[in-house]
Design a protein. Sequence first.
Length: 181
Amino acid sequence: MTFHRATDPVVLTVDNWIHTRVLVLNASYEALTEISAERAVMLLMGGTAEPVADREPHFPIRSKHLEIALPETIRLLRYVYLDHVTRVQDDSRATLAGVLRRDNHRCGYCASWARTVDHIRPRSRGGPNTWNNLIAACAPCNSVKADRTPEEAGMRLLWEPKAPDHMAQRQQRIWKQLATT
């Protein structure tokens, strides 16, 4: 069974194969994450992973002395131990520092530098301190919005606030661990 992710090219060519995603399994066959096809080929070439399922239709990746099939799924040859991660959800309690870090200190209303956090639904109206109700805001936007909803203040959110995805942080730890082997 073959499926295409929204980010995968529909027809693979020499120019676009690198943009496809490959599923990475731990040595125990547990799914870890998806990575770029380029990174997957590097792991295969380095002997860190093995192909589990090739992409259909067959698409060869060639170098001067080698040809491998573009994988759909690869498996790491060494088990990667993952720390227990508490799952953070949109309605989980958030902190000021966490919201600023998540939003990269960019105001959710005008995208300028932000040092404060705004409650989308004001606290005076029961707005909680959760990931989906807090957004980084610059002082001018925070003052203009004041104790109103964005709609009442005539302001528009540039993005929907969500809980941070810790998968990216785990992925960086995995690559560091693999690089030291």
